[in-house]
Design a protein around this ligand. Structure first.
Ligand code: ADP
Length: 550
């Protein structure tokens, strides 16, 4: 901008200089011509006076007259010429402007261009008392000659003025532009030129708007990135030239890509062939799904076109892990086969014993024992069915549980009191403090029952169980501590699995189903509680359940 201003100022200055020079030179030449004319007129007057007084002899008295002196009679004939003596051959002068004027007005003058470009002729004529006209002729420099005479000082002057203009233009341009460079659009009130204040205010408002928009875009982008980065599904956004616009972490893992792919063609990835026809479907505007195997794992790949004004401008590729479906299907099958296996044993016992009884193969004194066996096995079956039903109920993803404020201390105290009645060999103690939790009563009861039941079941003779309810800053804590057989740390993770038992025989003999701790784990999750275990073989076990305080 400074350059532009500088150039403009300089061009204006040079133009003004040239125009001014032209007029000044013109004026100088005009006044030079006038002064020449005045001088010649004065001379003409003197010579006319002399002739009138002394006749032609006056001219002869003039030594080396600087002018050509010609005397013309009223017929236009030259009767005297101080330069050319052959006056008879000379043209009639009655058509000359200065002569005509002198005859009619007493005085005349004219200027004519000479045959050379460097000179001009200047004439003045005076009427004499005898009726003739005396004419003085002289030369003076033409305008070109005049220019060459004054060229040197003139050019020097022009150069000097140009240099000064150059310097002034430079200074002026900087002075104009410098405040503009210091303009802060955030404070339009401090703008140095009133003329640009409105536009600056507009710019400032627009800048603020753009900054707000940028901030909103940044936040949206961040939200989008946070969401997509934490998605377990793979997500790839492509434009209509199959160039990757965005790709999330999961997609990179699924497609086994380490390097940056944004801005590159999707065809560069090694698994492109497997997705090519699906992506082409998307480009043609079709929504479509395929099963693909990527790095040995099965995925559901889904492509959706992104359209604007009925034109496909991009596509979205989703990659869903299919293997978890297989795993849960596998778990479901395993659970079903475990349940039928668990049911088969008591059923076989019941059916065998009752057949013996029915066919009268059991002696009268053994009949009570058989009936007890049948009762016990049917109890075990009922417990198993009850637990399976409870677990499948808790498994239901759409399960809505009722929550209420519960005094954990009261609830646990009552449950332990009930359990005390069923346990003669193991001493159960309870201590607690009042602490409230917000949860489902039935589920919390099942946590207490299962943990205390296990503490009794896997205890040693003469052992004891201590149940405690306490709290810390954030949690209400249920602690069930036993002096039992303990659990090897290697089994700590697995004991919550369905039908996992560390000691199968002991569990079955004591009426265990292998589902108790699975139910406890589910009930904890549904009550936002966590469960921890401290135990080692032969050293008893302590289960702690941490409920968030209400
Ligand atoms: P079960 O009906 O067999 O008790 P659970 O799911 O309640 O089934 O427990 C799983 C297994 O964890 C039990 O079979 C047992 O081996 C072990 N276990 C659970 N609680 C205790 C405990 N307090 N002491 C020792 N072992 C335990």
């Amino acid at each position: 901008m400074a350059k532009k201003v500088f150039k403009s100022i300089l061009s204006v200055a040079v133009l003004v200089l040239l125009v001014t020079t032209f007029f000044i030179v013109n004026e100088m030449y005009r006044s030079f011509t006038n002064s020449q004319l005045e001088v010649l007129r004065g001379q003409a007057r003197v010579i006319a006076y002399g002739i009138n007084k002394d006749g032609l002899s006056f001219i002869d008295q003039l030594d080396d007259a600087e002018y050509r002196i010609t005397i013309i009679n009223d017929k236009g004939q030259v009767i005297y010429d101080n330069i050319d003596s052959d006056i008879n051959t000379m043209d009639n002068h009655l058509d000359r402007k200065e002569v005509i004027e002198a005859f009619s007005q007493g005085y005349g003058s004219s200027i004519r261009q000479s045959s050379t470009l460097t000179e001009r002729y200047i004439y003045t004529a005076m009427k004499l008392s005898d009726g003739n006209v005396v004419r003085l002729a002289s030369t003076y420099p033409s305008v070109f000659h005049f220019l060459t005479i004054i060229a040197e000082p003139l050019l020097l002057l022009i150069l000097l003025i140009i240099l000064v203009s150059f310097y002034m233009a430079y200074k002026l341009a900087n002075r104009i532009v410098e405040p503009l460079n210091r303009i802060d659009t955030d404070v339009p009130e401090q703008i140095p030129y009133n003329e640009i204040r409105p536009i600056m205010e507009k710019l400032s408002a627009q800048k603020k708007m753009i900054e707000n928009d940028k901030e909103t875009l940044r936040r949206n982008r961040q939200e989008f990135e946070t969401i997509t980065a934490n998605m377990s599904e793979g997500l790839v956004l492509l434009n209509d030239e199959m160039i990757v616009i965005d790709i999330n972490r999961s997609a990179k893992e699924i497609l086994d890509i380490d390097e940056e792919l944004i801005g590159k063609k999707i065809s560069e990835i090694s698994s492109y062939e497997k997705l090519a026809s699906l992506l082409n479907d998307g480009l043609l505007g079709h929504r479509s799904t395929r099963k693909v195997i990527l790095n040995g794992k099965r995925y559901d790949a889904e492509v959706s076109p992104v359209e604007m004004d009925k034109q496909v401008i991009g596509i979205v590729l989703f990659l869903f892990d299919d293997s978890y479906k297989e795993a849960s299907e596998e778990m479901r099958k395993e659970f079903a086969s475990n349940v039928s296996h668990e049911l088969k044993t008591p059923l076989q016992t019941i059916s065998g014993y009752s057949e013996l009884l029915k066919n009268g193969f059991v002696k009268a004194e053994d009949q009570d024992e058989f009936a007890d066996k049948i009762y016990l096995e049917s109890q075990r079956m009922m417990k198993l069915i009850e637990d399976v039903i409870k677990l499948s109920h808790l498994d239901n993803e759409e399960l809505q549980i009722h929550r209420e404020l519960i005094d954990l201390n009261e609830l646990c105290k009552e449950a332990v009191e009930m359990m005390k009645d069923n346990s003669e060999k193991i001493r159960i103690s309870y201590e607690g403090e009042a602490v409230q939790v917000y949860g489902n009563r039935e589920l919390i009861e099942s946590i207490v029952f299962n943990l205390v039941e296990n503490a009794i079941r896997y205890n040693v003779e003469g052992g004891k169980v201590d149940v405690k309810v306490c709290s810390d800053a954030d949690n209400a804590i249920l602690e069930v501590k036993d002096t039992g057989i303990g659990i090897d740390p290697a089994d700590h993770e697995r004991i919550y699995e369905r039908f996992y038992r560390v000691d199968k025989g002991r569990s079955k003999n004591t009426g265990g189903t292998g589902l108790g701790l699975s139910i406890v784990k589910h009930a904890c999750i549904l009550n936002n509680a966590s469960i921890r275990l401290e135990s080692a073989l032969g050293e008893g076990s302590t289960f702690r359940v941490l409920f968030p305080k209400a």
